[in-house]
Design a protein around this ligand. Structure first.
Ligand code: ARG
Length: 454
């Protein structure tokens, strides 16, 4: 990071040679300032979007006669050669460049000479970076939605494999009513489908062309914003140029969608971790998706599910970080907004990784359906069915609730389950109980009664 020095021996002739704003300045910022202000280490990732945006901008300038055909050809060839080098991993990033935009522009000038400087006509880095970021958000949401769909498919597949398996359903972490494992897994499919919808809303919010906003007030050059909209694949032109350079709502929308998605993955992780304990014994993680202990030979740890749960904190943090960065910003562009990139990249990376990890976990986890079924037999889980039975015989639900409550208390005192009582025992408690009550304490029938339409 140390090339910029203006005074003393070896100082270059002009600041202009070292910065994009040289004319008005006699000194360049100190090295610490340059390091502090640089975004290249993290915004390099926008290079494909930046080149794509520049190609569209240059094509538009040529079609408007602002660049000659020859100038455009040189610029296009130059940008394409940079893209090839980047793709092949041989592009030499100059770490003294401030950001990805300057790095690519100075490489272009290095390759094609002075004409490269014409690329920035009618454009500012302010609308350039906003355009790049919109393209990147759109691309990220598309990948996120594909992975979400993939995880839903695995969950549905596992549910189909175990479609009749009964397990305890819980409220307050206490056994509540018997449910189907397929429905439990289906709840996560429902959550993830909503996540995909939220991602698509972020895509829509990003899908607006702000190139042409200039620094904040548009440009006097006769640009054609409809053409860049078409070339870049945006839905529409963003008309308000101040908003164009200072809006980051679309990033926040994605960070929120990522936060909710990660929260869902965290809840699923938490359940699997709990279910894998000896106390529950409902599932066993595959060897490939768990780890051992370096000291306790018997251990099998659900590290990766724990990490999904743990990483939720950083995904929430990224949303809060950008909300906070944005909250005090006057219009229009402020350098604060450079802080949008790391949270964006980090949340997308974290959620993509977590989706991939969860996919492997769910594909390979073993469900101990016999243990689940056994657990569904305990805990007086058909008590609600018994109350419903009495309601069917004409009793008010509140009274039925009390009668069954007393029955449960009696069973608890005598160490019995509801299934162990005979028809006569029931009749003794309440004369509305007839022999068909035994059907109502049957776990399979309890589930079937609540799945009439299934
Ligand atoms: N690196 C900057 C960012 O990410 C690009 C825009 C810089 N604009 C400026 N006027 N300094 O926000």
């Amino acid at each position: 990071m140390a090339k910029k020095k203006t005074t003393g021996p070896g100082a270059p002739e002009s600041v202009a040679a070292q910065t994009p704003w040289g004319g008005r300045f006699e000194e360049v910022p100190d090295e610490i300032m340059q390091q502090f202000g640089a975004s290249l280490p993290f915004d390099q990732r926008l290079c494909d979007e930046d080149i794509f945006g520049s190609l569209a901008h240059a094509a538009m300038l040529a079609s408007q006669g602002i660049l000659t055909e020859d100038e455009f050809q040189l610029i296009e060839d130059g940008l394409q050669s940079i893209q090839v080098d980047i793709d092949e991993g041989v592009f030499a990033w100059d770490i003294t460049d401030e950001d990805v935009h300057m790095a690519i522009e100075s490489a272009l000038v290095g390759r094609i000479g002075e004409v490269g400087k014409k690329l920035h006509t009618g454009r500012s880095r302010n609308d350039q970076v906003a355009t790049d970021l919109r393209l990147a958000v759109k691309a990220a949401t598309e990948i996120l939605v594909i992975l979400i769909d993939g995880l839903c498919a695995v969950l549905e597949q596992r549910a189909a494999e175990h479609k009749d398996v009964i397990m305890p359903g819980y409220t307050h972490m206490q056994k509540a009513q018997p449910v189907l494992l397929a429905d439990h897994l289906g709840a996560y499919v429902a959550m993830l489908q909503r996540d995909a919808l939220r991602m698509e809303l972020a895509y829509d919010a990003a899908d607006m062309n702000v190139l042409g906003s200039g620094a904040l007030a548009g440009t006097s050059h006769p640009i054609d914003r409809d053409l860049t909209t078409e070339l870049l694949g945006f839905r529409e032109v963003g008309e308000n140029t101040l908003d164009g350079v200072s809006d980051r709502d679309f990033v926040l929308d994605l960070l929120y969608a990522c936060s909710v998605c990660q929260m869902h993955l965290s809840r699923l992780s938490e359940e699997l971790i709990l279910w894998s304990t000896e106390e529950f014994g409902f599932v066993t993680f595959s060897d490939a998706t768990s780890t051992g202990s370096s000291i306790m030979p018997q251990k099998k740890n659900p590290d990766f599910a724990e990490l999904i749960r743990g990483k939720t904190g950083r995904v929430y943090g990224n949303l809060l970080a950008l909300l906070t960065t944005m909250k005090g910003l006057p219009l229009a562009y402020n350098k604060d907004m450079q802080e949008d990139k790391e949270p964006f990249f980090d949340s997308v990376d974290t959620v993509l990784d977590s989706l991939n990890v969860m996919l492997s976990i769910m594909e390979s986890i073993t469900f101990h359906t016999d243990i689940m079924r056994k657990a569904a037999g305990g805990g007086f889980m058909v008590a609600t069915d018994l109350a419903d039975y009495l309601v069917g015989k004409g009793m008010a639900f509140r009274d039925a609730h009390e009668v069954v409550g007393k029955l449960v208390l009696k069973c608890e005192r005598e160490g019995k389950t509801l299934q162990q009582l005979g028809a006569k025992d029931y009749a003794k408690i309440c004369d509305l109980f007839e022999p068909d009550v035994l059907d109502w304490v049957d776990i399979e029938k309890s589930v079937a009664r609540r799945h009439r339409d299934a």
